[in-house]
Design a protein around this ligand. Structure first.
Ligand code: CP
Ligand code: NVA
Length: 312
């Protein structure tokens, strides 16, 4: 069966832990594993803009000895009506894996259904699993064991929030989420993760009081108030989310050792102040760097099926 990363459910607890282990080993030896997937070809389909995901995947592919090929929608026949299924069948004959950033989660699932190579979700409206891998790697670097950790997520119950919810369920930490009314994460994702969390010692808490959620937290995480595709709602969301800004005063309620995380890009002055994102508690640049290691580990494991660095 072809291995994919559609949501973090595709990896589960063991797959996430393997990814973190491989990524950590790679980071320790500060390098690439140039022979690990030598000769492989990674297709990158981007229906939405990207800085980190695109560049980290391109360089991750290079790090493994693969050829990265970035495909814009207007350069593909997909944009002129060729079906996802046919695109999947054809690209599977040329490529070794595909990472795709798009709108509906169903498009990634459709691609995976017809592809005979690994398909990686590089962000959809509903999930951002590659981001969550780098997030938990960053938490692990800071705190060691994730068990018992309390992470506060402030803002929109969006794609990034959903993947963190799944990570909390599988890895057994507490994710305390505070959103405005009507912007809660999807109930099914929360409920499913709570089942895993109950087994693994974690919890998913939902609330609206930002200060309550942040109090004593080991990490404070936020993301943009209006995600890609929601540009028209930006003004209205700025009004609704005004009380959800992570500033120094809010950070002061967290644990004295708390760190600040953000998937980036940040809208400085909206969801986070300069003081926090540029301050000593911020780990956002390490978090962005960790995309590179977790993605190399991901490509390697999905393509080769190996759980240890064999070569390179
Ligand atoms: N965090 C993240 O996915 O950033 P990009 O949109 O720049 O890829
Ligand atoms: N929630 C954001 C994440 C960007 C990496 C978006 O979807 O635009």
């Amino acid at each position: 069966m072809t291995r994919h990363l559609l949501t973090l459910d595709s990896l589960g607890r063991d797959g996430i832990r393997t990814n973190l282990e491989l990524a950590g080993q790679l980071k320790m030896r500060k390098g690439q594993a140039r022979e690990a997937v030598a000769g492989g070809r990674l297709g990158l389909i981007f229906d939405k803009p990207s800085t980190r995901t695109r560049v980290s995947f391109e360089t991750a592919a290079w790090g493994l000895g693969m050829l990265p090929i970035t495909l814009r929608p207007d350069e593909l026949q997909l944009g002129r009506g060729e079906t996802i299924a046919d695109t999947a069948r054809v690209l599977s004959r040329y490529l070794t894996a595909i990472a795709i950033r798009t709108f509906e989660q169903s498009r990634v699932e459709e691609l995976a259904k017809y592809a005979t190579i690994p398909i990686i979700n590089a962000l959809t409206d509903d999930h951002h699993p590659c981001q969550a891998l780098a997030d938990v790697m960053t938490l692990q670097e800071e705190f060691g064991d994730l068990a018992g950790l309390r992470v506060a997520f402030i803002g929109d119950g969006n794609n990034v929030c959903h993947s963190l919810i799944q990570a909390a369920g599988y890895l057994g930490f507490t994710l305390a989420i505070s959103t405005p009314h009507g912007f809660e994460p999807t109930a099914e994702i929360v409920e499913a993760a709570r089942i895993h969390a109950a087994k693994n010692g974690g919890a998913i808490e939902l609330g609206h009081d930002v200060r309550e959620v942040v109090r004593g937290a080991d990490a404070v995480y936020t993301d943009v108030w209006a995600s890609m595709g929601q540009e028209k709602e930006r003004e209205e969301r700025a009004r609704v989310f005004a009380g959800y800004r992570v500033d120094a005063e809010l950070m002061a309620l967290a644990s004295t050792k708390a760190i600040f995380l953000h998937c980036l890009p940040a809208h400085r002055g909206d969801e986070v102040t300069d003081e926090v994102i540029d301050g000593p508690q911020s780990r956002v640049w390490d978090e962005a760097e960790n995309r590179w290691y977790t993605e190399q580990a991901l490509l390697y494991a999905l393509i080769t099926g190996e759980e240890h660095w064999e070569k390179g």
